[in-house]
Ligand binder design. Structure first.
Ligand SMILES: Cc1cc2nc3c(=O)[nH]c(=O)nc-3n(C[C@H](O)[C@H](O)[C@H](O)COP(=O)(O)O)c2cc1C
Length: 200
């Protein structure tokens, strides 16, 4: 499937085929594509919890206020961010590059995030947004479907996945085989309302 087709046919699916399973190899392929998503300074501050265990999926459906997608989908990916990634041996983010480049990145990361918790948090959400879209488009190209989800009790989900204290949950994406098409699109705004040439 080409990229335009994947973009056009991706929809937030509400009804998944609960009998469909993804193999460990499929999950691995999807995650290998996902970690090619861009992050500022290549800090790779996303952390992904992948869940195929049915008991945990059912707990997550309860945390998602009874929504069926987590329990019926084949895979739940909880997209989290490590707000301290910038400061955790950052030279490794440029391990293929020169020591000078590695040192420069370390200095720049420190400038950007030391004493700036808001920026550390914003960075997680930026990174996870790109990763989520990669997941959904890659899934589509694998003949699968997805649903991005934010409708859940944050503290309940954090407990289920044992979220570390310096990590935050950005969203989850359920991946699986659609059992029913999505309803027709809600309707896109006019380009005129959302696109501005050169300035607002
Ligand atoms: C951050 C975010 C959170 C969402 N949370 C939910 C959710 O909890 N449950 C759900 O069914 N859909 C959820 N959606 C799906 C949106 O309702 C859907 O993307 C939107 O209506 C546009 O439809 P489309 O994705 O099929 O084009 C969420 C989407 C986003 C981006």
């Amino acid at each position: 499937m080409d990229t335009f087709e994947a973009i056009k046919t991706r929809r937030a699916i509400k009804k998944f085929d609960s009998t469909h399973k993804m193999s460990a190899d499929d999950v691995k392929s999807l995650m290998e594509l996902t970690i090619l998503s861009p992050t500022s300074y290549n800090q790779q501050n996303w952390r992904f919890v992948t869940i195929t265990d049915q008991t945990i999926k059912e707990k997550i459906s309860i945390a998602a206020r009874g929504q069926a997608q987590p329990k019926d989908g084949s895979l739940i990916i909880v997209l989290c961010g490590n707000t301290n990634a910038w400061n955790q041996d950052p030279k490794r983010y440029w391990k293929n590059n020169t020591p000078e480049k590695q040192e420069l990145v370390k200095t720049n990361l420190a400038k950007k995030y030391t004493d700036n918790p808001q920026n550390r948090r914003d960075e997680v959400f930026r990174s996870c947004g790109f990763a989520a879209q990669t997941i959904m488009l890659a899934a589509r190209s694998m003949g699968l479907d997805s649903c991005p989800m934010m409708g859940f009790e944050y503290d309940q989900l954090a407990e289920i996945i044992n979220l570390p204290s310096d990590h935050v949950i950005s969203m989850m994406v359920v991946v699986g085989k659609r059992a029913e098409d999505a309803a027709p699109r809600g309707g896109q705004l006019d380009l005129n309302e959302v696109v501005f040439e050169n300035s607002f």
